[in-house]
Design a protein around this ligand. Structure first.
Ligand code: OGA
Ligand code: MN
Length: 281
């Protein structure tokens, strides 16, 4: 397997695999590369929805995908779609880790580039382990004592980003009052497979800190959000048609970018993998 790491602290491209015929040894190798690089793009696949699902199932149990419409007959597949003339803001265009507001968020997201625009539409990834490591020891110790509050409210509540005011979007998104629910996770977590420590927060889904008022929490969170998005920790993932990208939600944030007006972009997405409680140690 030819793994080409990016110049950033995370991210790699693999261009000599056929996922339809990958044996168990190959799968173990791919999994190791994924744990090391946190996000891997496997180029040149031509997968039917059934083949994509079958591969996802080998990666781990399927997650639940609240708020997003799934593909008819494929309850675990979501189309991340944008039409050439679409005016609504780009879906997922702010830093987040998928479904971190759940009690047990999905370890991995698999995104398959079915229709990839000729330019733009890159996905940005922020390495939250590198972001933690770059903080002074004393700051790391302080953050380790804090519990973050996550919620989908800013995105999926009726008054959120994808709520009532979100018109003209080709994707099916169902905002709901249930998005206001909150969930607590440690602000610094330990990766259950690699044992590495990482920050775990995002401006999309982290709405507060347990035991702190709004202003006090914002004073902690806002500089941290800025820190995590710093270019030192960011890898820009460039797509090609037929690329399957697998990222680790436990130690990365990610966001979509635009820049492909006049072109369709169509990705097929699944959340897969162990659904573990987020733990500090
Ligand atoms: C997602 C997501 C990013 C993109 O599907 O969860 O964040 O670039 N997508 O489409
Ligand atoms: Mn996402």
């Amino acid at each position: 397997m030819n793994v080409r790491p990016s110049d950033a602290s995370c991210g790699a491209i693999i261009d000599d695999l056929d996922l339809r015929s990958l044996d168990d040894t190959g799968l173990a190798g791919l999994r190791a590369a994924w744990l090391e690089h946190k996000v891997v793009g496997i180029t040149g696949q031509s997968l039917s929805l059934e083949e994509l699902e079958a591969f996802g199932r080998r990666w781990g149990p399927f997650g639940d995908d609240p708020y997003l419409g799934t593909i008819t007959g494929h309850p675990h597949l979501v189309e991340v779609r944008r039409e050439p003339d679409e005016r609504a803001p780009v879906f997922a265009g702010n830093w987040h880790s998928d479904w971190s507001f759940l009690a047990a968020p999905p370890a991995a997201t698999l995104l398959y580039g079915q229709v990839v625009p000729p330019t733009g539409g890159d996905t940005l990834f922020a390495d939250l382990e590198a972001a933690l490591e770059a903080l002074p020891e004393s700051e790391q110790r302080r953050l380790e004592t804090l519990t973050a509050i996550h919620s989908a409210s800013r995105s999926y509540a009726p008054d959120g980003r994808y709520g009532r005011s979100d018109v003209g979007r080709s994707m099916t998104i169902r905002s709901d009052e249930s998005a206001r629910a909150t969930r607590e996770h440690p602000l610094v977590r330990r990766h259950p497979e690699t044992g590495r420590r990482t920050l775990f927060l995002s401006p999309a889904y982290t709405v507060g800190i347990a035991g702190m008022g709004e202003a006090e929490a914002a004073a902690v969170l806002d500089p941290l959000f800025a820190h995590c998005g710093d270019e030192r920790f960011v890898y820009r993932h460039v797509w090609s048609p037929g690329m399957l990208t697998i990222w680790d939600n436990r130690c990365l944030n990610h966001m979509a970018t635009g820049g492909y007006e006049g072109h369709r972009r169509l990705m097929v997405r699944m959340t897969v993998g162990e659904r573990e409680a987020v733990t500090a140690s």
